[in-house]
Design a binder for this molecule. Structure first.
Ligand code: ADP
Length: 311
């Protein structure tokens, strides 16, 4: 049995629902999106847990119910008296989406005031999954605690997968972002960066240079996504390029990278083949960007095709 723990922030999402002033509430967040897809792709006997902190109010209870209904384990999610979940709102202007966030005081920012719950969540786990957003929302001392927990987890045989997901607006300054992301890369076994973000902030001139930088930082496996262009996967002894299928009708690219990561990890954990896993990641992202919203329910044939999970 495989156990995966995704660590991060889940938020309330308000999305336009037709009329100009009508919005529909849902839940999303990069690491939650990946956990949600992993749950659909991994065998039912495997466990996928989500680790975060929420409040004790009604909307927090609804988020918790949503995470549970998705089949994710929630046993170590702390419910705090002093804060609630973050919120973001999607605005549509001539078909272009823009985002506004209210997350500065969110409970998730306090999920590592003490590391007991995370250590308990990772007990016996095979893989911890986190992103640059997980790091960005934490105060510096909490980030240090997270790194210590990950170090101990790896020493005990656990693996760490990391998507740098660079979001400069969440960081005090670009240097703190790039330094912290590379520190996390040094604690990662699998790094899943996106070239466009990386080129902008690390000045990489090619996706291969991005892969090389993460390899040199310590990640054994690096998979560089690049929108519709080829994905590059690099390990100590092999490298592959995989071209995502062309999508004529891109409806909504939200969660393209998050779903890619889930498709890749589900396949890689089950079959251990880098090339097949890269194709699986791209295959899932292709399905997701052809529908609205971050969370697309996959039929069992798609689940089977992407991850090899039995029908
Ligand atoms: P992020 O969402 O993190 O910015 P990318 O834009 O690089 O990540 O996209 C992640 C993956 O989604 C790509 O590797 C690819 O498989 C798929 N993808 C994204 N945009 C397209 C597109 N226009 N056509 C086909 N596949 C795409």
């Amino acid at each position: 049995m495989t156990r995966i723990v995704a660590i991060g922030e889940a938020m309330v999402e308000l999305a336009p629902a037709g009329d100009a002033e009508l919005y529909r509430a849902g839940f999303a967040g990069d690491t939650l999106n990946t956990a949600w897809y992993l749950r659909q792709l991994m065998p039912a006997t495997d466990a996928i847990a989500y680790f975060t902190a929420i409040g004790k109010d009604d909307i927090s209870a609804r988020l918790l119910a949503f995470i549970r209904a998705a089949g994710l384990e929630t046993g170590q999610i702390a419910q705090r008296d002093d804060s609630t979940v973050g919120l973001y709102m999607i605005s549509l202007n001539n078909g272009e989406r823009s985002f506004s966030y209210w997350r500065g005081q969110s409970a998730a920012r306090r999920m590592l005031e003490d590391d007991t719950a995370l250590r308990a969540a990772l007990q016996g786990a095979d893989l911890a999954y986190l992103s640059g957003i997980t790091l960005a929302i934490l105060p510096q001392d909490a980030r240090g605690r997270l790194f210590d927990v990950l170090r101990d987890f790896r020493q005990a045989g656990g693996k760490v997968a990391f998507d740098p997901n660079l979001r400069p607006r969440l960081w005090p300054d670009p240097k703190t972002m790039t330094d912290t992301v590379m520190q996390a890369a040094g604690l990662s076994d699998i790094a899943l960066p996106s070239y466009e973000d990386e080129a902008g902030w690390f000045h990489d001139t090619t996706p291969a240079a991005t892969a090389q930088r993460y390899r040199e930082a310590g990640a054994a496996v690096v998979v560089v996504k690049n929108g519709p262009k080829q994905v590059i996967a690099v390990t100590p002894n092999r490298s592959f390029a995989v071209k995502p299928s062309q999508v004529a009708n891109v409806v909504d690219t939200t969660a393209a990278g998050d779903s890619f990561n889930a498709g890749f990890l589900a396949s890689y954990l089950q079959h251990g083949d880098l090339e097949t896993a890269s194709i699986a990641g791209a295959d899932l992202a292709t399905a997701v960007i052809q529908q609205f919203g971050a969370l697309v329910t996959l039929d069992q044939f798609t689940q089977h095709r992407i991850s090899g999970r039995p029908l």
